[in-house]
Design a protein around this ligand. Structure first.
Ligand SMILES: CC(=O)CC(=O)SCCNC(=O)CCNC(=O)[C@H](O)C(C)(C)COP(=O)(O)OP(=O)(O)OC[C@H]1O[C@@H](n2cnc3c(N)ncnc32)[C@H](O)[C@@H]1OP(=O)(O)O
Length: 430
């Protein structure tokens, strides 16, 4: 048996994120992931090299993209002998890909790997309705003209085109991510002002990070964008406060709705990649280590039968990970909590502060307690940058690793909520 090895985060590269149906409206997942990968290959001199594995994914994929990542690798400057495959863990995809690569490096199965993610809601896969799909499949496999004509005759105007457009909703409840989060916001009594303040801080901090050049070596301009297009440096509490609630805004609790377009992450297009390696590989290639990838945990909640919030799984994953690592919630210099919605970040923090939640749900004698909010998402997060589902993990890993390198050391916590009631978390250290 090999012993476990340290896993280095060498760096990341992403393209600026764009709001859905804007600058990247005609770019495909393959185009965007390809652009992020090309930038990473160029930055770290990987052209012609055979990398151990490339693992990436997209939440929304066309049928033609059955192994999107391999196709992107074949179109890149990496050695074509580089194995590559897709994974899918909703918004946790990018981080889960990094965990997979990190674990293989830690076990000595590969020396270097690339994790990534991409998503576009502009170029979402569109399917025909079920009847039409089955008829078209039969038509495709018909052997004779006669058979084809017989099947085609069944296509009637009464069986119209009716496309099925993917919805940002849970199949088991039919509710959107936002509607689920609105229920959680009510349960935890998350107020509007606190959500708007979190959103404002996200924009201000992301803008400041851009202004000081923090993203210069984390980002490759793409299709004319050099910054995340959702970023609004000029937003204010007044503007945010004037927006109408969009989730939880119907039904008996409509009066108490708090979630708006300003304190919810927008539908976004974009891609990210991260380079991970063994210490030996990094040394042999004279590449500095930004941070070490140390612990990870994935949890799931029963939002279907139980009363657990859809996006609350990180509230369970983090304490499990802390227990294994022998750490407390306060033992961190930075907290990167993905901002799907401001209310979901605040509900997660409230759960960790709640003696009842920590006792009844986590089985702890004492609450995990509060975190220092000044250490939360210090370079902004998804409310300002946007959230191209599978690409968010890579954005966060690269941002946190660079932050740790820049500040000379410390420890950072990553927490990402995902559809399906799951949560993916990890720790980076330096
Ligand atoms: C998927 C997983 O696995 C887990 C997760 O992460 S769950 C999260 C998944 N993501 C989502 O669910 C996406 C949620 N977001 C949405 O569906 C949409 O963005 C939304 C419904 C919230 C808003 O959509 P929209 O109405 O098209 O937004 P948009 O037109 O841009 O904004 C509405 C208004 O707010 C304003 N606005 C938005 N953000 C603002 C800000 N920060 N400051 C000031 N004004 C702002 C806009 O300017 C616009 O104003 P006008 O109407 O005057 O032009």
């Amino acid at each position: 048996m090999q012993s476990i090895r340290r896993v280095a985060v060498i760096g990341g590269n992403r393209i600026p994120f764009a709001r859905s149906n804007s600058r990247y409206a005609s770019a495909s997942n393959a185009d965007m992931l390809g652009a992020a990968l090309d930038g990473l290959v160029a930055r770290f001199g990987l052209a012609g090299q055979r990398v151990g594995e490339v693992v990436a994914g997209a939440v929304l994929k066309h049928a033609r993209d059955f192994n999107l990542t391999r196709e992107v690798v074949l179109g890149s400057k990496l050695d074509p002998h580089t194995p590559a495959y897709d994974i899918q863990q909703a918004c946790g995809t990018g981080l889960e890909a990094a965990i997979l690569v990190a674990n293989k490096i830690a076990l000595g199965q590969i020396e270097v790997g690339i994790a990534g993610g991409v998503d576009t809601t502009s170029d979402a896969p569109l399917a025909v309705n079920e009847d039409m799909r089955r008829t078209l499949l039969k038509l495709n496999s018909a052997r004779t003209v006669g058979e084809r004509l017989k099947i085609a005759a069944k296509l009637r105007p009464s069986q119209p085109f009716r496309p099925e457009i993917p919805r940002n909703a849970e199949p088991r409840t039919g509710l959107s991510m936002g509607e689920h989060a609105a229920r959680t916001a009510l349960r935890w009594q998350i107020d509007r002002q606190a959500q708007d303040e979190l959103a404002l801080r996200s924009h201000q901090r992301l803008a400041a990070a851009y202004d000081r050049g923090f993203f210069d070596d984390l980002l490759t301009p793409y299709l004319g964008l050099t910054r995340d297009a959702n970023l609004r440096p000029d937003t204010s509490l007044e503007k945010l406060g004037s927006l109408k609630p969009v989730f939880g805004a119907k039904g008996p609790d409509a009066e108490r709705a708090t979630m708006t377009a300003g304190n919810s992450s927008p539908l976004t297009d974009g891609a990210s990649t991260v380079l991970l390696a063994s210490e030996e590989w990094a040394r042999a290639h004279s590449l500095p280590v930004l941070a070490w990838f140390s612990w990870s945990e994935t949890a799931a909640v029963d939002f279907v039968h139980g009363d657990e919030g859809l996006l609350m799984a990180p509230a369970y994953a983090v304490p499990r990970m802390l227990a294994r690592a022998g750490l407390t919630l306060q033992d961190f210099d930075y907290y990167e909590i993905h901002e799907a919605f401001a209310s979901q970040v605040l509900a997660t923090l409230a759960a960790w502060e709640s003696p009842e939640f920590c006792k009844d749900r986590l089985g702890l004698d004492a609450p995990l307690g509060a975190i220092d909010r000044d250490k939360l998402n210090v370079n902004g997060s998804s409310l300002a940058a946007g959230h191209p589902f599978a690409a968010t993990g890579g954005r966060i890993v690269a941002t946190l690793a660079k932050l740790l390198a820049e500040s000379g050391g410390g420890r950072g916590l990553i927490s990402i909520c995902a559809a399906g009631g799951q949560g993916v978390t990890a720790i980076l250290e330096r």
